[in-house]
Design a protein. Structure first.
Length: 433
């Protein structure tokens, strides 16, 4: 460490990252949050040059500040949401993948994740291809926010939404429950909003508009079906088993790198094939039913209703999710360069118990996805694991611009075009423009 002693470095570590949890010993990125960021900033601002340098080094080694450029052959995976219920430190589900070639893709868009995209400096224009694993609210509910406010920022082109077709059960095909029907109804649901905001410019002279949605419905039973393909990127989908028919997972391939995202699922054979030898396998995991009962209901063995709640939680797991030991078996069978656990509450006690069960079967590289965990991948290099250092008061960025003559005129002439005389009469004198 050059002229800085190990004791000095450890002392600065305590000052700048007291909120970090020591996950690195288990192959996990450090854990932290605004408190750690504030502590680091305070040390950097101190008058002690040695402490300033130590703080800078600690931040560089442990955190990803969302300002770095990707190399042309580099991929970055950021976890914007990682839970199935909304929590302050864990929004619902979303994974953002950026490529050094310039493309970017959103996988799932659950409640609360847009705030994380804002804090990570991701503008709406870079979130125009969204791949939904299934239509549970914790995987798609923030599509309303993304769709409604994207055109008011810098997305002046259509929002592309990819998702599974409706279930085919017992000879009946539920076409009104797939991605196409979802998108049609999203347009209707947001009609007041999209019309109201159209006093602003929302599109381009070539006919593209941010309030257009292009639905890409994917046959959920297709193994290796093509969801997206261009000269550089291929994204395929495959069936999984979650809750009822109509859920899928995705596989992204680019520049020799492969990433699989399971979405929500019970252990299925398709994961074993699609995830074999990939660089990163992102797979959901459910805590034990006992942990669910203890944390969600506050009940313990011997308490009234404990057994009935335990039976219900077991039924949820049997219907929908992958237990800890099963995840270990899947990772051992597929042998990814890095396995990532997601869709799971992170608490220190639940994490330790769950990790012990996973490790009964799998001793490879493993990370636990909580919000703002970031992975950087390059062919032939170790996968870099970090946390993003974000601001809780960040503003939404709009970075994409077009030549002035490419913007289409707004649909309404001026900010008062959609107000009736009744409403105009109600606006206080001096505020009518």
């Amino acid at each position: 460490m050059d002229d800085l002693t190990r004791r000095q470095f450890l002392a600065a570590s305590g000052a700048t990252a007291g909120a970090l949890w020591a996950g690195n010993a288990m192959g996990l990125p450090g854990m932290g949050g605004p408190e750690a960021a504030a502590a680091a900033a305070a040390v950097v601002a101190s008058a002690d040059p040695t402490q300033q340098e130590l703080a800078r080094r600690l931040i560089q080694n442990n955190w990803y500040l969302p300002v770095e450029e990707l190399a042309e052959d580099e991929m970055r995976i950021s976890f914007m949401g990682s839970s199935f219920t909304a929590r302050v430190n864990q929004a619902m589900n979303s994974v953002f993948i950026e490529l050094g070639s310039g493309q970017s893709f959103v996988f799932d868009c659950g409640s609360g994740v847009i705030a994380k995209y804002t804090a990570m400096g991701i503008p709406s224009s870079r979130m125009d291809h969204v791949f939904i694993t299934h239509l549970h609210a914790d995987h798609m509910s923030d599509l309303v926010t993304l769709y409604c406010f994207g055109p008011a920022h810098d997305r002046k082109t259509p929002l592309h939404i990819y998702g599974p077709s409706g279930p085919i059960l017992h000879g009946a095909e539920y076409t009104d429950e797939g991605a196409k029907a979802f998108c049609e109804n999203l347009l209707k649901l947001c009609k007041w909003h999209s019309t109201a905001m159209s006093f602003l410019n929302t599109g381009l002279t070539d006919g593209q508009d941010g309030y257009q949605i292009v639905a890409h419905e994917l046959p959920y039973k297709k193994v290796g079906g093509e969801a997206y393909k261009d000269a550089d990127v291929k994204i395929t989908h495959f069936p999984v088993a979650h809750d009822r028919d109509g859920s899928i997972g995705y596989k992204l391939e680019w520049n020799g790198l492969k990433v699989v995202f399971s979405g929500d699922t019970k252990p299925v054979k398709w994961i074993l094939d699609e995830g074999k030898g990939v660089d990163v396998l992102i797979h959901e995991m459910a805590l034990s039913p006992q942990a669910w009962v203890e944390h969600q209901a506050g009940l313990y063995p011997g308490d009234p209703q404990y057994e009935s709640m335990l039976a219900m939680m077991q039924e949820v797991q049997d219907n929908s999710h992958t237990p800890e030991e099963a995840l270990g078996e899947i990772m051992a069978a597929t042998k990814p360069r890095l396995g990532v656990i997601t869709h799971c509450h992170f608490n220190q006690d639940t994490f330790i118990r769950a990790l012990d069960l996973v490790r009964k079967h799998y001793d490879g590289a493993l990370a636990w996805a909580i919000d703002t965990v970031v992975l950087n991948l390059r062919p032939g290099e170790p996968i870099k694991q970090r946390m993003a250092l974000i601001s809780p008061v960040a503003w939404d960025l709009g970075t994409k611009t077009y030549p002035a003559n490419e913007y289409a005129p707004s649909r309404f002439d001026g900010p008062y075009a959609q107000f009736s005389d009744f409403t105009m009469d109600g606006i206080l004198p001096g505020y009518k423009g």
